[in-house]
Design a protein around this ligand. Structure first.
Ligand code: SAH
Length: 265
C-alpha cells in the first residue's frame, strides 16, 4: 500500500528566506491531506516546534531557522521513520549512511554564515550586492542539507559517492523543484572544480585531513566546515578560513559523522 503524504512544498526557488514564524504560517496545507502520514496531518506545526527547540538551544540566524522551518524533513526518510523526522536525531537513509541531525545542519550552516565573506555580503545587502554565490556540499546523502542550504545560498553543488543515494536524493528533491541545487555523482574528496571557487565547502562526512582540492577550490574569504578525525581518533568539527594571509584553522566540538571515503560505488 502506498501512503500519500500531504503536499505543501517548501518555498519556491529564488525566493528570499523569511523569518521562521512567517514561513511556518505560509506552509500550512491549504487542502486537507488525503491520508494521515507518520508525522500526522500537519507537519508544519511539528516542524515549527522543532525550530523553536533549536532556537532555544541557541541557533540564532533567522535565515537558518527559516530554512529548517521550510524544508519538510519527513520527505527525506523512509515512511516508517517519518514519525521521528522532527526529532533532533540522525536516522538511517540506507547503504549504511545517515541523515544529519537538524541541530548539526543548523550548526554547520551558522558557522558558514559567520565567515567574514558572508557577513560582508549581509552588510552589503542594502546596496543590492548579491549573496556569495556557490557552496559545495560533500556527501549529499538523502539531500536534506542540500535542500536547507538552497534556502540560504544562491547555488548549491552537492556531491555524493554512492550512486544509490545520489539517485535517492534526486528523487527526494524532485518534489521541491529547487532550481538552485545541483546534484553531482562523484568522489567529493576531489571537490568539483567546475563550480569553483566556492564561498563555502561543507562536508557531511569526516576524514583524517581536509583534502587539498577543497582548499584549492575555496574562494579567498571562504570557509570550509568539516568533521575531521584527530590523532586520538575522535572526530571534531573543524573550520578553515582562506584569507589573503593564508589558512586559519579552528577545531571545535566533538561530532559523529560517517567516514569520508574515496572513490565511488
Ligand atoms: N548531507 C546529508 C548527510 C549524508 S551522510 C544529509 O543531509 O543528511 C554523508 C554522506 O557522505 C554519505 O551519503 C556518504 O556516502 C557521503 N560520502 C562519504 N565520502 C564521500 C566522498 N568522498 N564524496 C562524496 N560523498 C561522500
Amino acid at each position: 500500500m502506498t501512503t500519500r503524504r500531504p503536499s505543501f512544498p517548501a518555498k519556491l526557488p529564488g525566493s528570499s528566506p523569511v523569518p521562521a514564524k512567517k514561513v511556518t504560517a505560509t506552509l500550512q496545507p491549504r487542502t486537507p491531506p488525503v491520508a494521515p502520514s507518520g508525522v500526522g496531518l500537519d507537519s508544519g506545526a511539528v516542524r515549527a516546534r522543532m525550530v523553536q527547540k533549536l532556537a532555544a538551544q541557541g541557533v540564532s540566524h533567522h535565515k537558518v531557522l527559516a530554512a529548517l522551518g521550510a524544508v519538510e524533513r519527513h520527505r527525506f526518510v523512509d515512511s516508517a521513520l517519518a514519525g521521528q523526522a522532527y526529532e533532533d536525531t540522525s536516522l538511517p537513509i540506507g547503504l549504511g549512511q545517515t541523515i544529519s541531525k537538524p541541530s548539526v545542519v543548523a550548526r554547520m550552516i551558522e558557522l558558514m554564515l559567520d565567515a567574514p565573506l558572508w557577513s560582508q555580503a549581509d552588510a552589503n545587502a542594502h546596496s543590492n550586492a548579491k549573496a556569495p554565490q556557490r557552496v559545495l556540499e560533500i556527501g549529499t546523502g538523502c539531500g536534506y542539507q542540500a535542500a536547507v542550504l538552497s534556502q540560504v545560498v544562491r547555488e548549491v553543488y552537492s556531491i555524493e559517492r554512492l550512486r544509490g543515494l545520489h539517485d535517492k536524493a534526486r528523487e527526494n528533491l524532485r518534489h521541491f523543484r529547487l532550481a538552485n541545487v545541483h546534484l553531482l555523482m562523484g568522489d567529493g574528496m576531489l571537490g568539483y572544480a567546475k563550480g569553483a571557487p566556492y564561498a563555502a565547502i561543507i562536508a557531511a562526512a569526516g576524514g583524517e585531513a581536509v583534502p587539498q582540492a577543497w582548499i584549492d577550490q575555496l574562494a579567498v574569504g571562504g570557509r570550509i566546515v568539516a568533521p575531521m578525525q584527530s590523532a586520538t581518533g575522535q572526530q571534531a568539527l573543524v573550520v578553515i578560513d582562506k584569507t589573503t594571509h593564508g589558512l586559519q584553522q579552528s577545531v571545535l566540538e566533538t561530532v559523529h559523522f560517517v567516514p569520508l571515503k574515496s572513490g565511488i560505488a
